[in-house]
Design a protein around this ligand. Structure first.
Ligand SMILES: Nc1ncnc2c1ncn2[C@@H]1O[C@H](COP(=O)(O)OP(=O)(O)OP(=O)(O)O)[C@@H](O)[C@H]1O
Length: 223
């Protein structure tokens, strides 16, 4: 169960605050029986979480397996509806937004996962994968889109020559770079990183951490 207290220091933060979490709770119902599915209780995955994050800050959640880290990340992005509490992104209360409003604001918040391969469509080329968010959010078309895709690949240490290749033609570390390039395409402020290096070899883990740190410095990202 993820819990925390808000310190006086945290509440003093002003305009630079990007994210505010207030009394966040995510409870999952526990059911018994296959047909009648009687509810017999709740899993309190997140229970009364409070914290603030400034822009360009990195906050790590540490805890045993099943303590609610992933649920916290998903609930912040409203991928799981919180049971109770508020999530503010800048001054917008995400927990009050409608579907379309959320879709717009999600542009500024991205998530990267441990198993990058599973989140990459095996039938799409790298060029299509990285350009898809540009199209969805209407950020670029034609030659401009092509240039942005090339730039994004270069930013994550991949050569633009890779654009015609498919995910299975890459190593685990390279796939994670593709996932990062796709996340960066929409120019996010905030990225939820759910164990983004856990599935990689130790030497590759260091490379991806270094890449994420340099991107944070360059683009002012909050992790
Ligand atoms: N969709 C769901 N329905 C029911 N219970 C869930 C659901 N998602 C998560 N849980 C439960 O909520 C708790 C927290 O899960 P979560 O995945 O957030 O933990 P975690 O800290 O990220 O674990 P790990 O380090 O193993 O990834 C666990 O007990 C899990 O079984």
């Amino acid at each position: 169960m993820v819990q925390s207290q808000t310190s006086a220091n945290q509440t003093d933060r002003k305009s630079a605050t990007l994210l505010k979490i207030r009394d966040l709770q995510v409870y999952f119902p526990i059911h018994k029986g296959i047909i009648l599915q009687k509810q017999i209780g709740w899993v309190k995955a997140v229970d009364g979480l409070n914290f603030d994050m400034k822009r360009k800050e990195t906050l790590g959640l540490v805890g045993e397996s099943g303590c609610g880290k992933s649920t916290t990340g998903r609930a912040i992005l409203q991928l799981i509806p919180p049971t109770h509490g508020q999530v503010y992104f800048e001054d917008t209360e995400l927990t009050k937004l409608t579907g379309e409003q959320l879709r717009q604001i999600r542009q500024w918040m991205q998530m990267i996962f441990q198993y990058s391969y599973a989140s990459l469509n095996p039938r799409m080329t790298v060029g299509d994968i990285v350009s898809e968010p540009l199209e969805i959010f209407g950020l670029a078309t034609g030659r401009d889109k092509q240039q942005q895709v090339n730039q994004l690949l270069e930013m994550v240490g991949l050569t633009p020559e890779f654009i015609h290749r498919y995910p299975h033609e890459f190593s685990g570390g390279q796939r994670q770079r593709i996932v990062i390039a796709r996340a960066l395409a929409v120019r996010p402020d905030f990225i939820v990183c759910d164990e983004p290096i856990a599935a990689l070899d130790v030497s590759i883990q260091a490379q991806i951490v270094n890449l994420m740190q340099s991107l944070q410095a360059e683009l002012g990202l909050t992790y």
